[in-house]
Design a protein around this ligand. Sequence first.
Ligand code: G4P
Length: 536
Amino acid sequence: MPSLSDQIASRRTFAIISHPDAGKTTLTEKLLLYTGSIQTAGSVKGKASARHAVSDWMDIEKERGISVTSSVLQFTYEGKCVNILDTPGHQDFSEDTYRTLMAADAAVMVIDGAKGVEAQTKKLFKVCTLRHIPIFTFVNKLDHDTRDPFDLTEEIETVLGIGTYPMNWPIGSGRNFRGVFDRNSRHVIAFEGDGHANATKKVNEIEAELGDPALDELIGEENHRTLMDDIELLDGADNEFDLEAVRTGRLTPVFFGSALTNFGVEPFLKDFLRLAPEPLAYTDVLTGEKVEPSRPEFSGFVFKIQANMDRHHRDRIAFVRICSGKFERGMSAYHVQGDRTIKLATGTSMMADDRAIVDEAYAGDIVGLFDPGIFSIGDTVCAGKPRVQFPQIPTFAPEHFARITQVDTLKRKQFIKGVEELAQEGAIQIFRELGMGMESVIVGVVGVLQLDVLERRLKSEYGVEVSRHPLPYHEIRWIQNDPEELDMASLNLSRDTGRVEDMRGGRLLLFTNEFNVNWAEERNPELRLSEFGNVT
Ligand code: G4P
C-alpha cells in the first residue's frame, strides 16, 4: 500500500482555461485518449449527446444540450493520479468557472494559434494570478494557418504580463505543418505517414536531429532552414528555463500542437506532469500558517455547490477540495462555519459519464459531499486537532445584471428565501439597492445563462414567479474603504452609476462602462476599488 505521503505526492490537480472554441474540450479528450482512459475520441465531446447524459438533472440543460455545472475527471498515468477540473466555458460560463480555479494547483491555458489571447482567457488568467499558480500554455490548431509563433509568444507576454518559455517550436503551420522541435531533447518530432489525417487514434511520430540532411526530406528544405534560424534566435534570447518562475506563475512554458490531429499532445502531457506541482499548501487563516497537504488529518474547503442532482430532492452536492490528509467515506469532521461535527456522508467523483462513489481520497483530490443544505461556498471541513480554517473564496465580478421583482407580492417570504438560498449556493450574486426594500433585488451573474436558471428555479422550486428587467451595468467594483472613512452617498459619480450592498454588507458601485469607473476614480481620489470581493 502506498503511504499517505506517496499518495499525495502522486496527485496533479489542474484546470484547463480558454476562450470558447480554442480547443479545451478536444484537448481534454485527447489527454484521456493518451492516458488510456478512453479508447477513441468522441466520447467526451458532443455537447448535445454525451455530456448531456452526465447530468440531465435540469430542464434547462436538456433544452440546450449543455452542462450547466462543472465536473472532475480523474485518471492515472505513469504513476501520477491526475485530476482535471472542468471549467465551463460557453454559455455555461459562470462564477463556478472562476471558483474552480481556486481548487486547482495549476492551469493549462489553451490558445487558438490563429486568434491569440482572447477575452475570456484574459479573465481566467487574471483569476489564476490571484493565487500565483503555475500556468502552462498550449497553442492549439497548428494544423490550420496560425499566426507567427514569435508574435504569439510576444502577445502572451505583453497582454497577460507573464514571461514565456517555448518548450517546443512549430515547423510550419496549416497544410505546411510538419511537426515540432523539442528544445529539451533537441530533436525534431515530425508526423509520420498520414498522422495528420487520423484524428481519433494516437499519432505516430518520428524523431530526427536538427541539421541532419535527412530532415530536408522529412520536413522540407525550406522548413528546415527556417527552423534552424528560429531556434538560433530562441536560444540566443536570454530567458532561461526557470522552474521556480514557472512554479510561482511568472513564466509560462509554451507548447505548440494540434489537439484535433493529436500532434504534440503526448509530449505536452509528459512535460506537464513532470513540471506541474504536487498539491499546494493552503493557508490556515486562524494561524496564518500553511497547512501542509501531508498533515495526516483530513481538511478541505467547499468551492462549488451543485443543486438538485436528483430533481425530486432539494439535496445538493458540495464539492470539496481536499487540502490535507485522507478522506474516508462516512468519516466525521468538523464543519467550521456550522460549528458542529458532521458525518461526511457521500463522496462522489466524476469519470467522464458515470458518477462513482468514492471511498477514499487524498489531498489534491476533489470529493462531492452530500449536502442537506448546510454548506456555503468557501466553508472548511476538517478532522483532528488543531482545527484549521481556509480563506474565503473571492467573489468574482458579475458581468450581467438584472432587476428581479416578484410578481405576486403575497409570496414575499418565498421570494426572499429563494434568492437567498440560490445566492448561498453561489449561482448568483444579489445586491440591495440603497433605500429599497426586498420586493426586488439586483442580481448579478458571471454568465448570462444563470439568469435563466434563476428564473426557472425560483418558479419550480419555490413557486415564485418573477419579472426580470435587464440593467445596463457591465463593470462592478467593491469599495475597499471603511464605511466610517468614506460615505457612499457623498461620492461624486456619473448619474448612471448604481450604489448597492451585497449580502455580506460589502459596498459596491455598478458602472455602465469602463469610462465611468475611471471617472469615479479621478473625481474621488480617496476611493479604493477592487475587481474582486472578499480577497484576503
Ligand atoms: P472548446 O472546448 O475550447 O470550446 O473547443 P472545442 O474543443 O469544442 O473545439 C472547438 C472547435 O475547434 C471544434 O470544431 C474542434 O473540432 C476544433 N478544434 C479543436 N482543436 C483543433 C485543432 O487542433 N485543429 C483544428 N483545425 N481544429 C480544432 P467544431 O467544428 O466547432 O466542432 P466539431 O464539429 O468538430 O465538434
